[in-house]
Design a protein around this ligand. Structure first.
Ligand code: NOJ
Length: 511
């Protein structure tokens, strides 16, 4: 387990939209280098960089054409190397995005695989035996290749699935078992890509669709076995490198696959979703001040993941990511402050999505850009200051339009504003870093989390955290003596053995 992880606070950078250093309307690596001090000042000590590899950008770079080459629009491999080195000089870490499940259909491997003549890459992807062979249970692209066969896709049609084999081989004439030499070759190709960037200094990977490798793998055990093998490679050769999975199943991803962290993602109806987006458009969210949320929807699931993974790895809570509408779409400013304060004080390796710290809006109704569709609204350019494109770019047009509201929050105005979201994020990160009780492996105990009841109270070592998202008072039995106050949003009063919390409040108390 890389030691640095338990204290890591990640900042997710979507490179297209962070900072454009050369005025072409799209963010780039030199732009990120220029803004590293901003990330550091905020308190984040690690970065997750979304894909920056050569790609036709049918899915914003998750359709990789060359795994070992930086896309020209972001810069060069030398630029990425410089970014990694600069991050390290600032005593921070950086993990890259790894897309193991699929490539672009323009990747040289696929260009070979789709040819009629059998070659070294014929089994790198999953093809049926003939074009007339197209079982409905699979997502197959039919009649597009010279080769007589249909190929399976993993996400969009432009993203053919790499072949790691089938756990349960139903059609032996085209489905290979995972121990077939050609499936093993796919794993080796993946290891080779990982080593390439780790040797350049990367601190690990966020793994895209980590659960998607082996097909017909209901239990996901066969997919986990591949990751366990990769984890062994890391333990032996790169013990400081972190593996973070986009999986949302810690018992399998962490305990079986060997991932160090697993994202708790926004899946409709799950515990994480119930915090911010529950119901239709947030009306049943725990952090919605209307009080229709139920904290148990979160704690029951979170606790089961937490207990299962404890000692082996960490759950990663996110403020949002490039696939999910920003919280501003569901919650008011006060609710967002409390929500972030909670995320950063629960036992997890947290990820802050760029712009969330200033309360950037989810921009509804934007036209899709490079396969973003409804995700476009969360991918708009970072708002640095007032003026042209909010300081993001000198260009007249930007990759995705900037927020059209002149009064949109910016780093500049959020830094000045009393009690801004930015200030809360910065303060809470500072507290988290100063007090090891709040690290990912610090003690955790739930003191009060009852069905459809408020507040939510938990303990991290000697600190008690009280969360009242309601637009009215909430009280709870509280028998401890208050030694000191570490932080608060709003007010609390202790009388007798009861603690009363003001509307939309949050407090950390030493007992
Ligand atoms: C998950 C990524 O986060 C998303 O942006 C992408 O479109 C899909 N995986 C496919 O790679």
């Amino acid at each position: 387990m890389p030691k640095w992880l338990k204290d890591a606070i990640f900042y997710e950078i979507y490179p297209q939209s962070f900072y454009d250093s050369n005025g072409d309307g799209i963010g780039d690596i030199q732009g990120i280098i220029q803004k590293l001090d901003y990330v550091k000042q905020l308190g984040c000590n690690a970065i997750w960089l979304n894909p920056v590899y050569d790609s036709p950008f049918k899915d914003a770079g998750y359709d990789v054409r060359n795994y070992k080459k930086v896309a020209a629009r972001y810069g060069t491999n030398e630029d990425l190397c410089e970014l990694i080195k600069t991050v390290h000089k600032k005593k921070m870490r950086i993990i890259l995005d790894l897309v193991p499940g699929h490539t672009s259909d323009t990747h040289p491997w696929f260009k070979q695989a789709r040819q009629a003549k059998e070659n070294k890459f014929s089994n790198r992807y999953i093809f049926t035996k003939s074009v007339w062979d197209a079982p409905q249970e699979y997502r197959l692209m039919c009649g597009l290749c010279e080769r007589d066969g249909n190929y399976m896709v993993n996400f969009f049609s432009s993203q053919p699935a790499l072949n790691y084999g089938f756990a349960d081989v139903k059609y032996p004439d085209w489905q290979l078992p995972t121990d077939h030499p050609d499936c093993k070759a796919t794993v080796n190709a993946l290891k080779d890509i990982m080593k390439f960037w780790l040797d350049m200094g990367a601190d690990g990977f966020r793994v895209d669709m980590a659960d998607s490798l082996v097909k017909n793998d209901n239990t996901k055990e066969a997919t986990a076995a591949i990751w366990a093998d990769i984890r062994n490679m890391l333990d032996e050769e790169y013990p400081d490198a972190a593996l973070v999975s986009e999986w949302c199943n810690p018992p399998v991803a962490i305990n079986k696959g060997g991932f160090h962290c697993d994202f708790y993602l926004d899946h409709i109806g799950n515990g994480y979703n119930s915090l911010f987006r529950g119901g239709s458009w947030g009306d049943k969210a725990f952090f919605n001040k209307n009080g229709e949320g139920n904290i148990r929807s979160f704690t029951d699931e979170f606790l089961s993941y937490y207990e299962a993974a404890k000692g082996n790895g960490y759950i990663s809570l996110i403020t949002c990511n490039h696939d999910t509408p920003r919280l501003t779409e569901y919650l008011d400013e006060e609710a967002i402050k409390i929500a972030y304060a909670t995320i950063f004080t629960l036992p997890s390796v947290p990820f802050l999505y760029y712009g969330d710290e200033i309360g950037m809006r989810y921009l509804k109704g934007l036209t899709s850009v490079e396969g973003s569709y409804s995700r476009t609204g969360s991918r708009s350019p970072m708002q640095w200051c007032k003026g042209k494109n909010f300081g993001f770019s000198e260009s007249d047009t930007t990759y995705i339009p900037v927020d059209s509201d002149e009064k949109a929050p910016t780093v500049e105005n959020q830094r000045r504003k009393k009690g801004s979201i930015y200030k809360v994020v910065k303060d809470i990160i500072k507290i988290r870093k100063k007090h090891p009780e709040f690290s990912a492996d610090g003690e955790f105990e739930i003191l009060y989390a009852e069905e459809n009841s408020f507040p939510f109270v938990y303990k991290r070592g000697k600190y008690v955290v009280l969360v009242n998202p309601l637009d009215r008072l909430a009280d709870v039995k509280f028998e401890y003596e208050i030694k000191s106050e570490l932080y608060r949003i709003g007010e609390y009063i202790q009388s007798w053995e009861k603690m009363t919390l003001s509307p939309q409040s949050f407090a950390i108390i030493e007992i």
